[in-house]
Design a protein around this ligand. Structure first.
Ligand SMILES: NC(=O)c1ccc[n+]([C@@H]2O[C@H](COP(=O)([O-])OP(=O)(O)OC[C@H]3O[C@@H](n4cnc5c(N)ncnc54)[C@H](O)[C@@H]3O)[C@@H](O)[C@H]2O)c1
Ligand SMILES: O=C(O)C(=O)C[C@@H](O)[C@H](O)[C@H](O)COP(=O)(O)O
Ligand SMILES: [Zn+2]
Length: 366
């Protein structure tokens, strides 16, 4: 599934006629011949934000030379992953005169990628898009698998569509400008993949944590490629989350509630996932599904990687539980959570008791 072509790792997301490559390596944005071949028509809308565009839009612009294209920039931050901005992106496509063979290019982190992908899914009922992730989190997670969408004030990702990209261009050179906190948030989604389904990878992360903290290139590429390879396999087996794919949500029912309660500013998505995974581990332990030792290993790894492990001060457990009731995995009005069987194994559990969830939230709140 993964090959080495010069210094670029290529992982295929195997979805039949809609299969696509994830290219991971240095210099990929400037390697315009590679990704330009994925554009079918004459129109392109590059969706980015006010932080990323000044850094990297030039490199993309070179590859679009001769096409009819324009940039569309949103303000920076999770609070801007909104319906209103999708509406504006669709207006920009209209202004461009984009036909059905147009392509949306998502240049940025997961916020840009989710919003751009959803805009592409909506325009004329679905046009091509290419992911150009520029954060670690978007390279290892959000650019792969075709989950697109936006937030509502009521909760995270409540509106969206499955819409796969044509290609993912993960240029690791862009990580040079990524702030430390954002980099660490990306590592949380790497840990998640290992915690759910790859015990050997989890042990590898424990051994290479300091190298990853130092952003050493070879271990970093290895970590990105292993996580993408794992996720690509899950997506190929269960594209629209009928079963196994829900495991990728470990820590997210708690995490999304924490993000929303913090008004999308207290915690980054990856930070919410880090705290959420630990809460899920504690709940699993309480339900007799996992061992104290596994929770301790997870806690230690997250701490070593500089990630938060506690609920931010002042959050209300009742409010968090109310937000968890709106999670998309829930069925028939009962909580359906991803719980942990220990390092390398997770399970979807229906009908989780709110009393147990509340006990874990209260124990972790101060
Ligand atoms: N679709 C999925 O499967 C999926 C998976 C995981 C997360 N998500 C979503 O992704 C979002 C989080 O993504 P994220 O962590 O990338 O956050 P983000 O998109 O907000 O980017 C993080 C910050 O880094 C900045 N930035 C991006 N690239 C940069 C660079 N190269 N140099 C300097 N600054 C840069 C951004 O402007 C932003 O301030 C959330 O909305 C989450 O729900 C989606
Ligand atoms: O790709 C998936 O499937 C995931 O669940 C990946 C998650 O890391 C990601 O945060 C995703 O956006 C969550 O999706 P949601 O369905 O819980 O909104
Ligand atoms: Zn996530």
């Amino acid at each position: 599934m993964s090959t080495l072509a010069s210094s670029v790792r290529i992982i295929d997301v195997a979805l039949g006629a809609r299969s696509y490559p994830v290219w991971i390596g240095p210099g990929l944005l400037a390697d315009t011949a590679r990704w330009r071949a994925m554009l079918r028509g004459r129109h392109a809308l590059v969706i980015s934000n006010t932080t990323v565009a000044p850094l990297y839009l030039d490199r993309v612009a070179e590859g679009l030379d001769g096409l009819h294209w324009s940039p569309f920039l949103i303000d920076d931050g999770e609070a801007h992953k909104t319906f209103a901005n999708v509406g504006r992106a669709l207006e920009a496509l209209a202004q461009l005169g984009a036909t059905r063979d147009a392509c949306v290019v998502a240049l940025g982190g997961g916020v840009v990628g989710d919003l751009a992908g959803f805009s592409a899914a909506c325009w004329m009922r679905g046009i091509d898009f290419i992911q150009m992730p520029t954060t670690l989190l978007s390279m290892v997670d959000s650019s792969v698998g075709g989950k697109t969408g936006v937030n509502l004030p009521a909760g995270k990702n409540l509106v969206g569509a499955f819409h796969q990209p044509r290609a993912v261009v993960a240029d690791i050179d862009t990580l040079a400008t990524l702030p430390d906190r954002e980099y660490r948030a990306g590592l949380a989604e790497v840990v998640k993949g290992a915690a759910i389904g790859d015990a050997a990878f989890f042990a590898w992360l424990e051994q290479h944590a300091e190298a990853l903290n130092a952003r050493e290139t070879a271990p970093l590429i290895e970590a990105i490629a292993r996580k993408v390879h794992y996720k690509a396999g899950v997506v190929a087996r269960d594209e629209t989350e009928q079963g196994e794919r829900a495991l990728l949500n470990l820590g997210h029912t708690f995490g999304h509630a924490l993000e929303t309660a913090g008004k999308y500013t207290a915690l980054l998505h990856g930070e919410g996932v880090a705290v959420g995974m630990l809460l899920a581990a504690k709940l699993s332990e309480r339900l007799g599904m996992s061992e104290v030792g596994d929770t301790a290993r997870l806690h230690r790894l997250l701490e070593t990687l500089g990630l938060p492990t506690a609920i931010p001060r002042g959050m209300d457990p009742e409010q968090l539980l109310a937000l968890m009731r709106l999670d998309k995995k829930n069925l028939a009005g009962t909580l359906r959570l991803i719980l942990w069987r220990g390092v390398g194994s997770a399970e979807i559990v229906s009908g989780v008791s709110e009393t147990d969830v509340m006990a874990v939230l209260e124990a972790a709140t101060h």
